[in-house]
Design a protein around this ligand. Structure first.
Ligand code: SF4
Length: 334
């Protein structure tokens, strides 16, 4: 049991200020995530340091295509989530009440990363906001060792939380489902409002956190072209045309095993539309064999990074510039 960060007392209840649900939690009760609970007027987190998954993954798997391409990450997670997606591929660890996991300290995580020669820690698999205290302390320590920190997040995080961790966070991938369609979020994910995700994106941008965005396209129920178009326009208007944008194929899982995987055709259609609206780097992911797996120079069309799935075949960049025309590509690398 570990005292939580980011909460306020409201009478004899507690207002959690970590994620955009802002649960008002009565004495002896838990918030929506079932991880944070009010014990005698103090908010505690039950999953602190309980690492339920730890693996070494290529950063492309998160997905990040423009942040240290080809790097390995030490990827960690704890139990819990603030969403209830009916199609969650990690439902065994995101939707369980059992606070399982082996106990680690932030120093342990840094030591493991250093021993393996890994320079990036990814807080992923479940929602990192829901193991915020451990992610915060680990990322703060990581900075002292010149290790980068990345969140793979649903974006349902408050501005207070971003303000706290922003200076230690190097990059985020914010993962939309069904292009952020409000009705879809309500019906299939138990999320009342998508607006906080857009606010969080602006906040990450304000704190100079490198941003990539993904969008899971679900056949039949979460594949409206107009929603994809709207999301792309929002990115163009509020962030930047050079934000990498990943269109991800759906995998049948959890309570949605009756829906087929997304076709390559629809993902490429969405990527083509994103490109026509003006996004420079649309990608197709979770399906191999698309021309949208590669990075091309926006100016001259030269192929600068070629990938197969999450593997890099060739990288042809001079610093972060196109070797053919010298145009700057929005890539962070050594
Ligand atoms: S993290 Fe979110 S879901 Fe969990 S208690 Fe806080 S506001 Fe509620």
């Amino acid at each position: 049991m570990h005292e939580a960060m980011l909460w306020l007392k409201e009478g004899n209840k507690i207002r959690c200020e970590l994620c955009a649900r802002r649960c008002l939690i009565p004495e002896g009760k838990e918030g929506f995530c079932r991880v944070r609970f009010n014990n005698n007027g103090t908010l505690y987190t039950k999953n602190y340091g309980k690492i339920v998954s730890m693996d070494v993954d290529p950063i492309e798997k998160k997905p990040f295509y423009h942040f240290y391409p080809g790097a390995q990450t030490l990827s960690i997670s704890s139990v819990g989530c603030n969403f209830k997606c009916q199609f969650c591929i990690n439902c065994d660890i995101s939707q369980t009440d059992k606070m399982s996991g082996k106990t680690y300290s932030p120093d342990d995580i840094i030591k493991i990363a250093n021993d393996k020669g890994i320079k990036i820690i990814a807080y992923t698999y479940t929602e990192p906001t829901i193991f915020f205290e451990f992610a915060y302390r680990t990322s703060r320590l990581a900075k002292r060792y010149n290790i980068k920190n990345v969140f793979v997040t649903n974006g349902y995080i408050t501005s207070e939380a971003i303000k706290k961790i922003g200076k230690y966070l190097d990059a985020v991938t914010v993962d939309f489902k069904a292009s952020g369609n409000t009705e879809f979020y309500k019906k299939y994910m138990s999320v009342p409002d998508v607006q906080p995700i857009f606010t969080a994106l602006k906040n990450f941008n304000k704190h100079r956190v490198f941003i990539e965005i993904s969008n899971l396209v679900i056949p039949g129920i979460g594949d409206k072209p107009e929603d994809n178009h709207k999301l792309v326009e929002w990115i163009m208007d509020n962030l930047d045309s050079s934000i990498p944008y990943h269109l991800l194929g759906f995998t049948p899982s959890f309570q949605m095993t009756d829906i087929p995987p997304t076709s390559l055709e629809i993902l490429e259609k969405f990527a083509t539309d994103a490109q026509q609206v003006g996004l420079r780097y649309p990608y197709v992911g979770n399906i191999w064999g698309s021309r949208f797996e590669n990075t091309y120079c926006y100016n001259c069309g030269q192929s600068v990074i070629e990938r197969t799935g999450t593997f890099i075949n060739t990288m042809n960049l001079e610093g972060n510039k196109c070797p053919n025309c010298g145009f700057g590509i929005n890539v962070i690398k050594d």
